[in-house]
Design a protein around this ligand. Structure first.
Ligand code: BDR
Ligand code: CA
Length: 324
């Protein structure tokens, strides 16, 4: 199979980390760049975490990491340290090794000098129609790239977005999902742009629960660095999912978006006219998809959004790739 060339825009984030591991362990994908954005943690932490994940993976040729937006387009930044830990990776910064030193020292890799927007636009311009973006955080970088050079951005093959929920059930508020709530203005601009978009929202991602027992079974006989890292970052995620949501496992939100880039048949996609609410007192950040049955769709930009998922198949796939 031919490699699918992708840029991963991300705010690591525990599930972002799991998504990056899945991407780098999947021969179907060629990750051309990682761009970082403020989201689960502020930009500086998100960038450090992206570099940390690359160091754990110890790739022979790591892709460039470019820093993106530190602030949403209109709103103040919002973080989710209560879910992802103080450092954004489940508080691994405080863990020590047998000798008492830090188990995860500060990464030695550095970001490139180019900004996320510049790197996205130059990669898309150099390879028209050949590169997709997998967006795992707030859509600030994507909206800024789209607006700063619409012609260059229009060369994107597709944007696969983890965000929103077609059924309108949120995880930050009653109606809004975190990535869209963190920067609703960016999400609205991207959704309305007419770019080919596949939205992988909470409707499906909350049905991909990785349980502690399944992870334990996959890591039991392993002593390697990636297995140790996945175990270390996931323990906080399991704890929070149980305490805050009563869930028996943690949702593989961001990994599912990567999974769809590899194999579309993990989800069922349907077309919707859609927008994101930027102002509503109760509904800011809500993905509003027109689910009414119509004889003919009214004109206007549409997105494809996932409405069903092969959960068990995807979870097994994730484990087989992340922990081969
Ligand atoms: C999304 O929000 C973040 O906390 C996760 O990393 C994921 O991208 C889920 O709502
Ligand atoms: Ca994320």
């Amino acid at each position: 199979m031919q490699d699918r060339r992708v840029i991963i825009d991300t705010d690591p984030g525990i599930d972002d980390a799991l998504a990056l591991i899945l991407a780098f362990n999947s021969p179907e994908l060629k990750v051309e760049a990682i761009t970082t954005v403020s989201g689960n943690v502020p930009l500086e932490d998100a960038t450090r975490n992206a570099l940390q994940i690359l160091e754990v993976l110890d790739l022979p040729e790591p892709p460039p990491v470019a820093c993106g937006a530190a602030w949403p387009i209109v709103r103040e930044p919002l973080a989710a340290r209560h879910v992802h830990g103080e450092d954004g990776l489940g508080d691994i910064a405080v863990l020590t090794n047998a000798g008492g030193g830090p188990r995860y020292p500060r990464p030695t890799l550095s970001p490139v000098g180019t900004s996320a927007v510049e790197l996205i636009l130059s990669l898309l311009s150099e390879s028209p129609g050949e590169i997709s973006i997998i967006a795992l955080g707030p859509l600030t970088n994507i909206a800024l790239a789209l607006e700063s050079n619409p012609a260059a951005f229009s060369q994107v093959q597709e944007v696969i977005v983890m965000g929103g929920a077609v059924n309108g059930i949120g995880n930050v508020t009653e109606t809004a999902e975190f990535n869209f709530y963190a920067d609703p203005d960016a999400a609205s601009r991207v959704i309305r742009s007419g770019t080919p978009i596949a939205v992988i929202g909470l409707d499906v991602t909350t049905r991909t629960l990785l349980t502690p027992a399944a992870l334990e079974a996959s890591t039991r006989d392993r002593r390697d660095r990636v297995a140790e890292f996945i175990t270390d970052v996931s323990s906080k995620y399991f704890e929070v999912s149980l305490q805050r949501r009563g869930l028996s496992g943690c949702p593989l939100h961001d990994p599912l978006a990567v999974g769809v880039a590899i194999d579309r048949s993990f989800v069922t996609l349907e077309s919707f006219r859609a927008d994101v609410e930027t102002e509503g007192h109760l509904t800011a950040g809500m993905l509003v998809a027109d689910r009414r049955k119509r004889a003919a769709q009214p004109a206007g930009p549409t997105i494809r959004a996932a409405v069903d998922v092969q959960s068990e198949r995807f979870i097994n796939f994730f484990l087989s790739r992340a922990l081969p």
